[in-house]
Design a protein around this ligand. Sequence first.
Ligand SMILES: [Zn+2]
Length: 366
Amino acid sequence: MTSSLIPFLPFLLSFLSPSSDDPIAKKAHKIHQKVLTLDTHADAPIMMQKPGFDVGASHDTKRDGSQIDFPRMKKGSMDAMFFAVYTSQGPRTDEGHAEAKQNALNQFDLIHKALKQYPNLAELATSPADAYRIKKAGKRAVFIGMENGYPIGKDLSMLKTYYDLGCRYITLTHFANNLIGDSSTDPDGPMYGGLSDFGKLVVPEMNRLGILIDVSHVADSTFYDALALSKAPVIASHSNCRALCDFPRNMTDDMIKAIAAKGGVVQVNFVSDYLKKPSDAHRAAKTKIRMSRVGKVATPDMEAKIAALSDSVSKVYASERASLTDIADHIDHIVKIAGIDHVGIGSDFDGVGVSMVLKTLAKSRT
Ligand SMILES: [Zn+2]
């Protein structure tokens, strides 16, 4: 770690004891209170879809596995967060797209309902100015992003619908290829060699509306196509460095530099597998789980089963868990090759498996 990391330390250190006498922790805490803290990728809507989960009430991670709610955001001085409307990649059929669209609309509805229910705790943000205003009012700023462009289907006009509902970035693909372009992790390999013809219409329309193009998860070819086509800077809402953890889902130094050259930002995530390279056996077990959902319609039952399986694999390979230092190393690497203005944090909380995060943080304390 270097002094260049100081702006990020407050967020990381917020998990540690607030009564620490460490002067760096104290300094970090002070900065943390002062700056606008933003996490660009959180899967809070996954928990919000669970019956009975109340994002306006404080929860205990050890009890229900959740990592985000408005009271805990306040406690951790997390000012602004992008809640991701996430759909796993199902069949690329009319039926699959209709299902994904309904799923996405339900999640927008859940977020809006929660914000309506708790006007004193949080507010929808659709611009940087909103976030600063909402922070000043002592509330949490909730931005909305969409992880996977699957719910767009073949219908370009859906982009305006999602924009009007508050969506301000779309991650073009998830774990598998969709109609927009190739994913970095599709088990069947590339379909288009980058953006599809439809994807080449999606990018300019997102530019026109003012929806950020998010290149986390996309194949390298899709990344370069999107970067060349976009008139606006692009972001990676939750991506790490391939130089430190060799995996196609992570970004090469050249990609990181290219994002920075266009004025964009790479937001580091806390997913152990993308921070520190797991053994081949561990990776294979995780890949098997991840791919078990591809091509299927997502249901809460399926998501719960996948989360449980993922947790059990994490337990078996607990010794390979990444630590807080690994997170800092990825941030530091981006600072070194692209500059501090081009790095941020997109934790993937509520989307990375609870035991993974708890163990990562527990390990960081030792
Ligand atoms: Zn993701």
